[in-house]
Write a protein that binds this ligand. Sequence first.
Ligand SMILES: [Zn+2]
Length: 266
Amino acid sequence: MADLLNELFCPLELTGIAASITAALGVDAPQQAEPALEIMQKFTQDKNIDRVLMYNPDAVGLWLFGKHTDYFTPVMLNTQLTLPLKTVMPSVTPVCFATMYTGAVPDVHGIKAYRKPVVKTDSVFDALIRAGKKPCIVSTGEDSMSKIFLEREMDYFIVGTPDEANAKAVELIKEDKYDLICVYNGNYDSVMHKVGPEGEEAMQALKHNSAAFEMLANAVKENWKNHTTLIGYAPDHGCHEVDGGSGSHGLDMAEDMNIIHFYGVI
Ligand SMILES: [Zn+2]
């Protein structure tokens, strides 16, 4: 039975993303990161990547991509690599983003429930700072990405709404000053909890996320012509519908655990 259940989950894991990002930039991995994903290494090697733009939409599960592929068209057309991944338990925002950017499982990075302490475990941000590079985070309000990687010698741009975050990110891309920009958008997650993963407003948010990613990719193309940039569409966990038509996540089930990332080099 356990084997049957395991077959429900993607074989590649979110723990490999942190080292994949640092490897792409030619920087040592975060100290406790799991190894980079082989496919990411093959995708990024010999491309002289010197910039990374990570777009982090919240709660976009693999099943949404399978069922509503057309909503992802702008993402697919701006990337070359489609990467289904298994996230970590519990499948909630601070736990999963801590894993995405440390490469460590929750037992190692220490966030094992819906709490937002500053992660002390070595992260992609620390690894880049050690290598003399400049990372920054663009996020909203009290959200996880606004909090769990604080206390580093780096810049944080915490604004009010996802649209403001995306506008800020475009501004930062134009400034041409950061080697890694992480942009967090929590709009799909917050709407999905209320109206369900496929509610009309949620689907609009999903579409809005794809448009935001395309806008950021275009800003990179226009303003970082002298760089080679790895761009990523990289959610933290998935979601599922619950009784009454609202949405949730956090469980050890395929809808919550299987996510979809996309990467491009431009
Ligand atoms: Zn989340």
